[in-house]
Design a protein around this ligand. Structure first.
Ligand SMILES: N[C@@H](CCC(=O)N[C@@H](CS)C(=O)NCC(=O)O)C(=O)O
Length: 258
């Protein structure tokens, strides 16, 4: 399950029992531009699992993606599988009944596999220049290359996924409808499934952070502000509880890149 051989380890002198989480570098206003990387880091914090984050552009898993972890000499990848593995390894199951667990899973699946592509279309197809400008860690040549190629590559991927076959308006409508459903499910609750943070909050927060905390005027952002305001309050609540050092993490990491 998501494991690979120890021969290509990035952390050679690892501490036994320490989770090394690989993520992208931070942006000025968001700990990671990868919703999946932010989801994993947020989950590690919620569950208070000993971990160190390695933020760099050049690392990717044996499947070619971010995030992934190295743990006791093995790589584990695919955020959902990593979380499943660590849940067992550290005995950190959510205190939820079976129905709540199932709901949490379904919410994460929608966000991770559909909603994300709605806001990604805006970010990587329609607003690529603005998006790349936020990635201050990119060397100039790479920024130029991504600006030139990302819209075409993203369109191709999103067409293969299916959502990209729709018009931009339809793509945003689909994403906003997902967010409306999330808002209804949240209602007046503190966190997605009650008073305690659980795994689904890592996922919901990570996606909302991409929409709300990047200075990009996604249609999804105005939708949340006008029609699903509880999601913005919720994201701020999770941020305050899990990431009280959010600004420092962003700032320190920006400095480290210079
Ligand atoms: N299903 C994967 C998705 C990971 C993913 O899409 N990562 C992106 C960054 S947000 C990535 O590495 N993209 C590079 C690529 O796919 O080539 C997970 O949950 O871990």
């Amino acid at each position: 399950m998501g494991g690979s051989s120890s021969s290509k380890l990035k952390v050679e002198n690892f501490d036994e029992g320490m989770v090394y989480a690989f993520n992208f570098p931070s942006l000025r206003t968001c700990v990671s531009a990868s919703p999946f990387g932010l989801k994993l880091e947020t989950w590690l914090r919620i569950k208070q699992i000993p971990h160190k984050t390695i933020r760099a552009l050049e690392n990717s898993s044996s499947k070619g993606q971010i995030p992934f972890i190295e743990y006791n000499g093995k790589e584990y990848n695919e955020s959902t599988l990593v979380i499943q593995f660590l849940t067992k390894e550290f005995d950190k199951a959510d205190e939820l009944n079976a129905e709540q667990q199932a709901l949490g899973r379904v919410i994460s699946v929608v966000l991770d596999n559909r909603t994300v592509f709605s806001y990604a279309y805006y970010r990587y197809v329609e607003r690529i220049r603005e998006t790349i400008a936020l990635m201050e860690f990119l060397p100039a040549w790479q920024a130029k290359m991504f600006t030139a190629f990302m819209p075409t590559l993203s369109k191709r991927r999103l067409t293969e996924h299916g959502i990209g076959r729709n018009s931009p308006e339809e793509i945003y409508q689909i994403g906003c409808d997902d967010l409306l459903a999330l808002s209804v499910l949240l209602g007046n609750k503190k966190y997605m499934l009650g008073d305690q943070l659980s795994t689904v909050d890592a996922s919901a927060f990570a996606h909302l952070a991409q929409i709300l905390y990047l200075p990009i005027d996604y249609p999804h952002k105005s939708f949340i502000m006008e029609r699903a305001r509880n999601l913005s309050d919720y994201a701020d609540r999770v941020k305050a509880a899990v990431w009280p050092d959010w600004d420092e993490v962003c700032r320190d990491n920006l400095q480290a890149q210079r």
